[in-house]
Design a protein around this ligand. Sequence first.
Ligand code: ARG
Length: 461
Amino acid sequence: NEGALWGARFASGPSPELARLSKSTHFDWQLAPYDLAGSRAHARALAAAGYLSDDELGAMLAGLDTLEARVASGEVVAAESDEDVHGALEAALIGIVGPELGGKLRAGRSRNDQIATLVRLYLKDHAAVIGQQLVHLVDALASQADAHRTAVMPGRTHLQHAQPVLLAHHLLAHGWALSRDLERLLDWTKRADVSPYGGGALAGSTLGLDAASVARDLGLAAPAENSIDGTASRDVVAEFAFVAAMIGIDLSRIAEEVILWNTREFGFVTLDDGYSTGSSIMPQKKNPDIAELARGKSGRLIGNLTGLLATLKALPLAYNRDLQEDKEPVFDSVETLEVLLPAFTGMIATLEFHTDRMAELAPAGFSLATDVAEWLVKRHVPFRDAHEITGALVRYAEERGLGLDAVDDAALAAISPHLTPDVREVLTVEGSVASRDGIGGTAPTRVDEQFARLTDRVRHL
Ligand code: ARG
């Protein structure tokens, strides 16, 4: 096999079964542009160390340019006989520059240090794409918050009505979670910004190549400090998969709410036609499939992470072929998010909120009871007593099918002399929301403040 990177010590070629098992071109071919970037940087390092003349370097770089164009146009693709992207590209390069020159490029590097570097380059590029997509989603949530600055809704704990909140407050809560995912992605980049290139198979190179210049050429901050660690570690890949899974989980929490809000029973939102689906049998149906796919795909993203961690567990140093199993899951996480995020953002951006319905339900379920208790505290009733008094008021109202504001003066006084008629001043949703004006609270003034902080944070991360 002409394109093979090894073989001389073997009496026979690989069996077809092995070749089939070992093959990775069907997924690592997408690393071809990064492999070529690595080859350029490596050729320069070889020339700087005296292993390629200026003419040879010129011919090598020109050959790599030609190869890159042919890969981009689809003229060069992996052959059936190629084991991996590295071998396929070397064979194609030799086809362009000849075996004499083409055969010099592999000196001082191994597929082990190559692949460990290429996967970082790939993930760094996609972290930037996913980061931008996350910014768009936070923007969509913030725009909806901005468009509904005063709308109120039932805030829930245990999925039960708890205290009224501003819709904007609720939407921004999801925005903050996503802003931390964005921050995680940026923080991940610090650890990803290392080049294992030049570490060889595991122990380093004898050729005196400048690993720092290779790193610089590849846009990575520094060479790996330890060639064994550089070639054998995949924590950077696992951490990326974690951030991807966390993004998926945060999307799934929004998704679940959209699905609930979109039910007839809630009636909080209507989905845009362009971002919902129909049924093949029920003509009336309009389904929240984007939200459901987000919820479902979060499981897949978690699976990619756990599969990867299981592959890494107890793996002895240094490189083992098991490590080839890092790519399909993390590529899948990247592809999943890059397809999911734009659709999800479109769904959020086009959601129509039924604020009348939300406002109508905001005070239901005695959600203003805490306001009564805190009103009593402001009149120096100990909170323990205030809690008891308010509990008795709720019970009285519930038994009679009344709202708290409909309990008459005499009944209030009978429950507790502290319950004077002016308690009704806190029995409105607007009053309740406005009074929760501590830092991070749902009062409109505070929500305006956090809106500015969140949009600013996402801009400047
Ligand atoms: N395809 C391998 C990987 O993805 C890289 C090649 C290393 N192969 C080897 N036999 N050392 O990790």
